[in-house]
Every structure is written in C-alpha cells, then in structure tokens.
Design a protein around this ligand. Structure first.
Ligand code: ZN
Length: 308
C-alpha cells in the first residue's frame, strides 16, 4: 500500500475529507475542489501520485494531477534547440507599462489579431536582478550581467525603464509552429481576412477527463511542440509567428487593420496570445554554467522536412 510521503501530510485532510470525495466525481477541476500546488523532485512526485491513485469511496484519492516537468541541463544534452517557457516555480515579472511602451494596432479587419511595436523602454514588476526569465507578458528579462554573454551569441539587449539590474533581450528571429503535430490543435474556421485559424496547445492526458464515471486519476502533462524545419545553425532565440489563442473571428469587418487598439484590448497582445519561444541549447547551457536561475525550458521537436 502506498504511503503518503511525510512532507505532504498537510494535504491528507483536504484530499480525503472533502465533500467531493463522496459525491459523484466532477473530474474537471472546479473552484469547490481542494487543490494544492507543490514543487518536488521526481521520486517524491512518484510517491505522491502512487498514494493519490489509491481508491477510497470508489474513486482515487487525488482526482487529477497537472504535471509541469522542470528540466535541467543534462536533460537537453545533444539537442540543438529547446523551448523556453514560463518558470512555474517562481513568481515571474509582469510588464508594468505596456500602454506607454507599445504601439499596438489591429492586424486584420475580420479578427482580433494584433501587431505590436515597442516604442519605449519597458518597466518590469521585479527589479531585484533575481533571474533570467520569461515574463507573463512574453518578454525575456535577464540580469544585466549577462549582456556580454548574450552579445557573443549575437543577441542585443535594451535597458529597462525602472531598473539597471536587468535588461530586456530583443527577439528578432522567428520560427513557425508545425500545426500538423500534437500537442498543437488548430480549430474553428479560418479567418476570412487573414486566413489564420485558432490554435491551442493540448496538454497530454492519461485517463479520460470527459468521462464523469471514470474513477481513476487523470494526469495532464506537457509534451514537446514541433516547429517547422529550419536551419538551426542560424537560430539563437526566436518567437513563433503563430500565437496560441482563440481570437474573435467575424464574417463582417470588426475594425480597420492598422488602427490603434483601445487599451482594454492590450491582453490580446500579451496575456491571451502566447507565442512559443525557442532558444539554441548551447546558449541555455552557457547561461546555466554562468549561474543563471529562473530559466525554464523543455525539449522541442523540429520537423524533419519542410511541410506545406
Ligand atoms: Zn484575421
């Protein structure tokens, strides 16, 4: 019988005594179900999952687990490129002045895609020189001490408005997501204006979250995205042309492409429409060797031949 690791005794009451354990199970997480977010090594994680899989009251103790693997240097040995992602284990920064620093215009008459151009230095929430990390606003912020190292890889930086401790890395290169591979799912009809479809990233699932009679534990986890074939020797740090979002799409014009967006639509550029970020593995290794923290990355697949 699997034992709950002693570090997680605090979870036991919430997970075994809650109302949701005796009621028919709603597998999809809701606000009424107890949840906990924990950072743990692989061994403890496996022990926790084994404990949570045990059946009590006709259901597993833990209904669902959302796993965000944290990769380390040795996990990406031998790969050319990796995906850079939001660090789940620290409080990443936000950009404080998007309205002042960006000119954002509608990109299409028929859908809510936007195009942004940076016109001033960014101000960021954290100014304590603590980590090289992606912000919640899809910007890459690194401690100023890495400026030289980045330059050796051909990357330019831009000062921040409210601190000298960190700088913004300019991202000029782009890659294209290959939508024909999971976990990327295109859906809905193409926009009549720009022809683009909505894209989302599916999280790999063990178990069936849509079956309310399913008594087992559902496990969600990340699987690698595939980008279209490209010459990796040229690539240092890039963002994808495609964004993972579901913009409003209409058969009649919604606005004029090129017009400035109103400020409450700024999330269309930032929070609601994330590109993926790709970095040369050699750069990531160098940053890690230099003591960079906060750098979250995942394996990435590259399509073997150009797709049409
Ligand atoms: Zn469009």
């Amino acid at each position: 019988m699997a034992i709950l690791p002693s570090q997680f005794k605090f979870l036991e009451y919430a997970l075994t005594q809650s109302q949701s354990m005796s009621a028919p199970r709603a597998i999809m997480a809701s606000d009424t179900e107890p949840r906990a977010s924990v950072l743990l090594d692989r061994e403890l994680g496996e022990a926790l999952v084994a404990w949570g899989r045990q059946i009590r009251n006709d259901a597993t103790i833990i209904a669902g687990v959302n796993i965000h693997p944290i990769y380390e240097s040795q996990d990406i040995e031998g790969s050319e490129l990796v995906e850079i992602c939001l660090p789940y284990y620290l409080d990443a920064s936000r950009v404080l002045n998007p309205k002042a620093a960006l000119k954002v215009v509608w990109a299409c008459n028929y859908c809510d895609r936007v195009q942004a151009q940076q016109t001033a230095n960014l101000s960021v929430e954290r100014t304590d020189n603590f980590a090289a990390h992606l912000t919640y606003n899809n910007e890459w912020i690194v401690p100023s001490s890495y400026t030289q190292l980045l330059k050796q890889f051909g990357l330019q930086t831009r000062p921040l408005e409210n601190t000298k401790d960190s700088v913004q890395v300019l991202i000029d290169q782009s890659v294209s997501i290959d939508e024909s591979y999971p976990p990327i799912i295109p859906y809905g009809n193409p926009c009549p204006g720009c022809g683009l479809r909505s894209l989302r990233r599916n999280r790999g699932v063990e178990g069936n979250p849509l079956d309310p009679t399913f008594p087992g534990m559902v496990i969600y986890t990340d699987t690698p995205v595939t980008i279209k074939a490209l010459d990796v020797s040229e690539l240092v740090f890039a963002r994808s042309v495609e964004r993972l979002h579901n913009p409003r799409i209409s058969n009649v014009p919604l606005h004029n492409a090129g017009d400035l967006i109103d400020y409450h639509h700024i999330s269309l550029h930032y929070y609601d429409a994330s590109p993926i970020f790709v970095a040369k593995t050699a750069l990531v290794h160098k940053l890690l060797e230099s003591g960079a923290t906060g750098l979250a990355f995942r394996p990435l697949n590259i399509a073997t031949a150009p797709t049409t």
